[in-house]
Design a protein around this ligand. Structure first.
Ligand code: UDP
Length: 432
C-alpha cells in the first residue's frame, strides 16, 4: 500500500489512499445526505491551489490511521476542482525500539509516571532526522502532524519552512506527566497551531500561538460501520461460536492497560452469576506500533481461564472491519470501560449502530455519551454492573436509548464534520 518517496531507505513514506475508481463524494451524498457535502463545498473557494500534508506514525492500527484512510480521498475528490490536494505520510522507522519510546511517551503523556532517558530522547531525535527529507514537507502550504511520534520533525524544517504547521494531539493529557510533556511540548510550541480533542486536554495554553479543539469522527460508509443484514450479523457470531439466542456483552479495543481488559473479564464473571447465560466477546487488534499488546493479551486470556462463554479475539483470528461491525451490531450490551481515553472511536461506532454503550467516565467519552440518555458513563465496577443489569432487563429502554445514540453521532461525530474542521484549519492558518 505504501511507496517510498525519497531516495534513501529511510525517510517519510507516502500512503496511497486515492482509488480513482471509487467516487467518495457521490457515496457520501447518497449515504448520509447531500447537505453534509454542501457545507464542505462552500469552503472550497478559499482553498484554491492549497497543498496539505498529514503525517503520523502508522498506516494501520489505532483510530488516527483508520480515519485518514477515508478523509484524505474524500478531501482530494472534493478539492479537485479548485486544486486543493492532501497527501498523507507515515514515519519510516529503522530501529523498532523507537516504538517502545513512543509507547512510553503515549503512556506518560496520559499520566503514567516515568521519564525519558537520554538514550530514548536520542533515539526519538534520530528517527526524526532519518525522516527529514530535504524539501519534502516544504512543498506544502499546510502541514498537519499527528501525535508525538513525528512531532519533532518541525525542528528540522523550522529554518526554511514554507508552509504553516499544526500539531494535533489525539491523547488525553488531562493529568499529563510534566517531564515527558516538557520534552514533547518544546516541539509542539514551535507550531503555528496546536489542536486538541477537548478543552480539558490543552497544556500550557498561553505558550501557543493558536489552540483549536477538534473532536474525531467515524465514517458511516466504511466496512466498520455500514449497514449489515441480520443474516450477516448471525453469520459472524456463528463463525466464532457465539450463541445469539443468549445475551452477549462485548468490548472492542486494543489489549492496553487503559482499556481495562482484565476488569471487563472480571465484571463479566460477576454478572454471569446473575445472568448465567451471559457470554463475553473481547476483540482487539494488535497494532504494529504497540509492543505491550502481547503482554496484556496474555493477561486477559489468563483472567478468562477456561470459560467457553468467553471469546477473546485479535486480528490474527480473522477479525476485520466487518466482524467488528457485526459484533457491535449484534451484542446485547456494548461496553468501553476505558480508564483513559482521548476520544473513543469504538464509542461512536457502537452508538451509530444504535447501541447505548457503557463507557468509562473519562476524557472525551464524556463528550460522546449523554449519561442515562443515550448510554451510561461509569467510574466503578458497581456502576458498570448496574448499567448491564438495566440494559439486559429492559429491551424497550435499550432500543429507545439506542436511537438517541445514533442521532448524537449523526449530529456531532461523522467524518464530514471533521473534514470540514481540517478545511477550516487550513483556511485559518493561511489567513484566507
Ligand atoms: N479496532 C479494530 N479492531 C479491533 C479493535 C479495534 O478495528 O480488534 C478499531 C476500532 O473499531 C476503532 C479503532 O480500532 O475504530 C480504535 O480507536 P479508539 O479511539 O477506540 O481507540 P485507540 O485504539 O485509538 O486508543
Amino acid at each position: 500500500m505504501t511507496a517510498t518517496l525519497a531516495a534513501s531507505d529511510i525517510s517519510l513514506e507516502l500512503v496511497k489512499t486515492n482509488p480513482e475508481n471509487f467516487d467518495y463524494v457521490t457515496a457520501y451524498e447518497e449515504g448520509i445526505g447531500p447537505e453534509f457535502l454542501a457545507e464542505l463545498r462552500e469552503l472550497l473557494p478559499k482553498l484554491k491551489n492549497v497543498k496539505m500534508a498529514h503525517v503520523n506514525a502508522t498506516a494501520y492500527g489505532g483510530g488516527v490511521a483508520e480515519l485518514l484512510h477515508r478523509q484524505i480521498p474524500l478531501m482530494n475528490q472534493l478539492g479537485k476542482e479548485v486544486g486543493f490536494q492532501s497527501d498523507w505520510y507515515i514515519l519510516k522507522v529503522s530501529n523498532t525500539a523507537f516504538y517502545d519510546v513512543t509507547k512510553k511517551m503515549h503512556n506518560t503523556l496520559q499520566g503514567a509516571p516515568g521519564e525519558l532517558s537520554a538514550e530514548e530522547k536520542d533515539l526519538y531525535k534520530k528517527t526524526q532526522i532519518e525522516n527529514f527529507s530535504e524539501g519534502l514537507l516544504n512543498d506544502y502550504d499546510v502541514v498537519l502532524i499527528h501525535d508525538p511520534q513525528p512531532a519533532g520533525l518541525i525542528e528540522l524544517y523550522s529554518k526554511d519552512r514554507k508552509g504553516k504547521w499544526a500539531w494535533r494531539c489525539h491523547i488525553d493529557t488531562t493529568t499529563t506527566n510534566a517531564n515527558v510533556w516538557g520534552f514533547i511540548g518544546a516541539f509542539a510550541k514551535q507550531y503555528e497551531a496546536a489542536i486538541w480533542t477537548r478543552e480539558q486536554f490543552v497544556q500550557d495554553k498561553a505558550d501557543f500561538k493558536e489552540v483549536k479543539i477538534i473532536p474525531p469522527s467515524i465514517d458511516p460508509l466504511s466496512p466498520k460501520n455500514y449497514d449489515l443484514s441480520e443474516t450477516q450479523v448471525d453469520e459472524v457470531f456463528h463463525r466464532y461460536g457465539i450463541d445469539r439466542s443468549r445475551p452477549v456483552l462485548c468490548q472492542i479495543s486494543r489489549f492496553d492497560p487503559w482499556k481495562q481488559p482484565v476488569e471487563v473479564v472480571k465484571i463479566y464473571q460477576e454478572m454471569k452469576k446473575e445472568f448465567p447465560e451471559l457470554q463475553l466477546i473481547y476483540a482487539g487488534s494488535m497494532a504494529t506500533d504497540d509492543p505491550e499488546g502481547m503482554f496484556y493479551w496474555e493477561q486477559t486470556l489468563r483472567a478468562a481461564g477456561l470459560d467457553k462463554d468467553v471469546t477473546i479475539l485479535n486480528n490474527f483470528h480473522g477479525v476485520g472491519n466487518i466482524e467488528i461491525n457485526a459484533f457491535q451490531r449484534g451484542a446485547d450490551v456494548m461496553i468501553q470501560y476505558s480508564s483513559k481515553e482521548g476520544f473513543g472511536l469504538t464509542i461512536s461506532e457502537a452508538m451509530w449502530k444504535e447501541q447505548p454503550i457503557i463507557g468509562g467516565r473519562v476524557g472525551g467519552i464524556q463528550d460522546q455519551i449523554v449519561d442515562k440518555d443515550c448510554g451510561y458513563l461509569v467510574s466503578t465496577n458497581e456502576e458498570v454492573k448496574t448499567a448491564i443489569r438495566e440494559l439486559l432487563s429492559n429491551p424497550e429502554k435499550r432500543k429507545e436509548m439506542g436511537k438517541k445514540a445514533k442521532k448524537r453521532v449523526q449530529d456531532n461525530f461523522l467524518i464530514t464534520k471533521e473534514v470540514g474542521n481540517y478545511m477550516k484549519l487550513a483556511i485559518g492558518l493561511l489567513g484566507r
